[in-house]
Ligand binder design. Structure first.
Ligand code: NDP
Length: 384
């Protein structure tokens, strides 16, 4: 049976892995919408390869290039943030939310409003919108499937028992490329060093988040919304080999874990095929070759991000959105060489202390918090 599929963020790391899976079984998928921010040529090539109905660039300045590249084909071209959200209202059996940052929130919410299946990689959208998004999922009956490898692992482990019987959810963290660095070394870490992840090949923003541990902080908040066991039952364990993607311990003492290669095709395939399974082409897990699996407590002195995220989740309301927006601004400034690595967490903490708006109750209010928090963080960078 052919299913229709739209991919928001098709030119990125998760988008590319999703399209690799589609290439394995072209007849299974009817590609409707593909989007990018500015990579017009790459997007046009993908839209032509997969016979998409519509290609959208979020940055309207790149629409002429997209139109040129698609001229002579029957593929529609569109540009701008409204066009992105409108594209998400086109019916699709499955929408993959793979835009990076809160910029993906509008399309995610528009896809949820259609009440179909949304495979969510774009964790910043859920962190920022929190209850506004989970309430929309409940109201529309949409199916939200977690792509993030940790949450996908937890989702799979929860098929083995009831949420009421969960004692612990353990999110595993690789610790990133700077895990063993001293505070003095961390202060001097360059963007190249921070994005050189030892296990995963990912976009630049999530790679920096992985190095600061903000990725795990965002995931803690994400898990809190997806799996309602209570924040005090979600803990983080550093597991440098990234073989166990997360675990669920039940009250009888049984711990279920999901293991797999460090390849996003595995959790993406789990979402695309759910509740069934599909081939990914990934090599089987070779445990004797891996040898040993090790575990450590997170070091919140050197990496304060998980503490900040837990505090923001406990505060609730607008705090997770402020944390996310400030982190997005700080990561962009770090990648631009404007601030040092350890300033990222300092800036996020300062933004949380300075800006505490009321809890947003609608998508418009979430976007407003995001915009204002970005302005606060940006002004802190300028005046530093
Ligand atoms: P990439 O940076 O590789 O790709 C991002 C995609 O979003 C690209 O298609 C990009 O288009 C598009 N995009 C960027 N900015 C905007 C914008 N302002 N408006 C609309 N579209 C935009 O990111 P990843 O694939 O690494 O990550 C995507 C999401 O998935 C993130 O939320 C990340 O946290 C999450 N995730 C990623 C994992 C991974 O392995 N990469 C693992 C788990 C979660 P363009 O090419 O034109 O810039």
């Amino acid at each position: 049976m052919t299913r229709s599929l739209s991919i928001f963020g098709a030119t990125g790391s998760v988008g590319s892995s999703t399209l690799d899976l589609v290439r394995r079984d072209r007849d299974a998928w009817d590609v409707k919408v593909l989007t990018a921010n500015s990579s017009a040529a790459e997007l046009a090539a993908l839209a032509q390869e997969f016979g998409a109905e519509l290609a959208v660039v979020a940055d309207e300045a790149h629409l002429p290039a997209l139109r040129d590249a698609l001229s002579g084909s029957s593929i529609e071209a569109a540009g701008g943030r409204d066009a992105l959200c409108e594209a998400a209202t086109r019916p699709a059996d499955m929408s993959v939310a793979a835009i990076v940052g809160c910029a993906g929130l509008g399309p995610v919410m528009a896809a949820i409003e259609q009440g179909s299946s949304v495979a969510l990689a774009n964790k910043e959208a859920l962190v920022s919108a929190g209850e506004v998004m989970t309430a929309a999922v409940e109201r529309t009956g949409a199916t939200l499937l977690p792509v993030d490898s940790e949450h996908n692992a937890i989702f799979q482990c929860l098929q083995g028992g009831a949420v009421e019987d969960v004692r612990w959810i353990t999110l595993t963290a690789s610790g990133g490329p700077l895990r063993t660095w001293s505070p003095a070394e961390l202060a001097k870490a360059t963007p190249q060093q921070a994005i050189a992840h030892p296990n995963w090949d990912m976009g630049a923003k999530i790679s920096v988040d992985s190095a600061t541990m903000f990725n795990k902080g965002l995931e803690l908040i994400e898990a809190h919304h997806l799996f309602p066991v209570g924040l005090d039952r979600i803990r983080i364990v550093v597991h440098p080999q990234s073989v166990i993607h997360s675990m669920v311990e039940y009250r009888d003492g049984s711990t279920l874990a999901q293991l797999g290669p460090s390849d996003m095709k595995v959790p993406i395939a789990s979402c695309l095929a759910w509740p069934e399974r599909m081939e990914t082409g990934c090599e089987p897990l070779d445990l004797p070759a891996i040898g040993s699996l090790t575990f450590e407590h997170p070091d919140e002195q050197r990496f304060p991000a998980t503490r900040l995220a837990r505090e923001a989740a406990e505060a609730g309301g607008a705090a997770p959105g402020v944390l996310n927006a400030a982190n997005e601004v700080a990561v962009a400034a770090f990648l631009d060489g404007k601030i040092g690595f350890t300033r990222i967490a300092v800036l996020v903490e300062d933004a949380l202390n300075r800006f505490a708006p009321p809890a947003p109750r609608s998508l418009a209010e979430v976007l407003c918090v995001d915009e204002e928090a970005r302005a606060v963080a940006a002004s802190m960078i300028e005046t530093a």
